[in-house]
Write a protein that binds this ligand. Structure first.
Ligand SMILES: [Fe+2]
Length: 223
């Protein structure tokens, strides 16, 4: 059996037992998404909490893992406030060769009208972006949230006495098996000045002149 297929079957066996890799349902974007978040998988801010350790996969509707998938995350802080002018609790990351991803952050606080939720955009090589939200089980506020859906709940693996949580979520997206191109920092399937600006905006993060040169060298449409 080829390794690629074997890996997919392992994923199916663990994450989608009895499932047919049904596309993850979309949910509203809301008003607070910002283009060009920094690439990072650790959004934790010292003193905030409880902590959330979230792992998962991205697979296509053929159940095969999607490597290099772009996942953009944004959510409120533990008080229920968004950073509307900066990048706190905002970031993007990419799946590895097995379609797996790992995010460290905090459990978002609630704000009027909304239960606790994490916003996400996910895109593989097809260029089709899934915009959705993740939720937490057993919150009374879920019942009165207009956008909550049980299919979008994370699977909680562990919660300690302080509320620190380990959980997982598995995205199923439309995908044609083509990996996103290098230099597409903001994941819009184009490499252009917006990607340069995204790099410069996160200049104190691990970006270098080489990253700028990578963008310029791959300028144009992703295909
Ligand atoms: Fe929100």
């Amino acid at each position: 059996m080829i390794p690629h297929l074997l890996a997919a079957l392992v994923l199916v066996g663990t994450a989608f037992a009895g499932d047919d890799c049904v596309l993850t349902r979309p949910d509203v974007e809301g008003p607070y998404w910002l283009d060009g978040s920094p690439e990072r998988s650790d959004l934790r801010i010292e003193g905030d909490g409880p902590l959330l350790d979230l792992v998962g996969t991205v697979v296509g509707d053929d159940c095969l893992p999607v490597s290099g998938a772009w996942i953009d995350i944004w959510h409120a802080d533990d008080e229920g406030d968004y950073d509307k002018g900066g990048w706190s609790y905002r970031g993007h990351l990419f799946t590895d060769a097995q379609g797996e991803w790992h995010l460290q952050t905090v459990v978002p606080g609630m704000y009027p009208g909304r239960t606790s939720h994490i916003h996400a955009k996910v895109r593989g090589g097809s260029g089709i972006t899934l915009t959705t939200q993740l939720y937490f089980p057993d919150l009374p506020e879920n019942e009165t949230d207009a956008f909550y859906h049980p299919d979008l709940e994370v699977l909680v693996r562990d919660v300690d006495v302080d509320g620190n949580m380990a959980a997982e979520f598995h995205f199923v997206i439309e995908d044609d098996g083509v990996e996103p191109c290098d230099g597409d920092i903001n994941g819009d399937s184009r490499v252009n000045v917006d990607d340069l600006l995204a790099i410069i905006a996160g200049w104190n993060d691990p970006y270098t002149v080489d990253d700028l040169l990578t963008v310029i060298a791959s300028w144009g449409e992703c295909d």
